[in-house]
Design a protein around this ligand. Structure first.
Ligand SMILES: Cc1ncc(COP(=O)(O)O)c(C=O)c1O
Length: 284
């Protein structure tokens, strides 16, 4: 059965959904996106994703294609039309179609596309096993705090990881880890301190990162927001990543170093359980 996707005012079977070849998202990666997860047919931490979208749009001087309230209505509609119980909603806004020119067009109408992906997000085998990551150079542009659709560098990083037999890549710049290819990176030191890169233009300000740091604080865990090196990560007790689609995912191997005894650690496992409990209870 084909999905129903939303394209600029219409709900269409995916094979009928079309975007102009002149769309600046296609020609210049001139657009931003967001992903919210869905549990029990309800959106998780969605207001925070819409708030980050608003910031991304502002940073790129992109206009809203509709009001934030209408956007929420479209999200609910694609969830309903696709009978989505668990998975994700993806939406992107581009500057729209205009004859190809580096300068922003004066009168282009922003384009909004939204679709769902049905998949398990809570009960996933990888969470019980943990994942392996490899470190690769971070070759992305300097404004990673803006969630743009310009994803070739992370895509290359992910491919390098898969080719190395790992599941994902951690990106390294100036000798320190920035983040994962599509997630924020955390380590837990031998004394139990949770360390993750401090916010700045170098990383995406993850919505899940923020929620997990709030849970960690509530649990009385010590958190340090600072850069860490791959060498520090090799010697960590545990590691994990966070994102809207993977929640908290334990990392058990970094490059050729196995962490602890090679199974998800207690801190990552506990934060995953608490995050899912909180997400399920607050989903709306
Ligand atoms: C580069 C990058 N960092 C971090 C994240 C995690 O952000 P969030 O928790 O808001 O999904 C993502 C998610 O796509 C990402 O692409």
């Amino acid at each position: 059965m084909s999905r129903i996707v939303y394209v600029n005012g219409e709900y269409l079977p995916e094979e009928d959904a079309k975007i102009s070849v002149f769309d600046r998202g296609f020609l210049f990666a001139d657009g931003v996106y967001e992903v919210s997860s869905v549990i029990d047919g309800k959106l998780v931490d969605n207001a925070a994703h819409i708030a980050r979208l608003e910031r991304s749009l502002k940073e790129l001087k992109l206009d809203w294609p509709c009001s934030p309230e209408d956007l929420l209505g479209i999200q609910r509609e694609v969830i309903a039309r696709n009978n989505l119980v668990e998975g994700i909603v993806y939406w992107q806004i581009t500057r729209g179609a205009a004859d190809r020119d580096f300068a922003f067009p004066k009168n282009a109408k922003p384009s909004l596309v939204m679709f769902t992906q049905a998949r398990a997000v809570c009960d996933v085998p990888a969470a019980a096993k943990g994942i392996a990551v490899v470190t690769v150079p971070d070759i992305r542009w300097g404004r990673r705090d803006i969630k743009t659709v310009q994803l070739l560098a992370p895509s290359l990083a992910k491919m390098a990881a898969l080719e190395a037999g790992a599941n994902d890549a951690w990106l390294v710049e100036d000798g320190v880890v920035t983040e994962g290819s599509s997630n924020n990176a955390f380590i837990v030191t031998l004394d139990g301190t949770i360390v993750t890169r401090n916010l700045g233009n170098e990383i995406l300000h993850g919505i899940t990162r923020r929620a997990v740091l709030e849970i960690a604080a509530r649990e009385g865990l010590t958190v340090e927001e600072r850069a860490f090196t791959p060498a520090e990560a090799y010697d960590a007790a545990e590691a994990f990543i966070t994102s809207a689609s993977s929640f908290v995912m334990p990392v058990v191997k970094i490059d050729d170093r196995i962490l602890g005894n090679g199974v998800p650690g207690p801190v990552a496992s506990k934060l995953r359980t608490l995050y899912i409990e909180m997400a399920r209870a607050a989903a709306s």
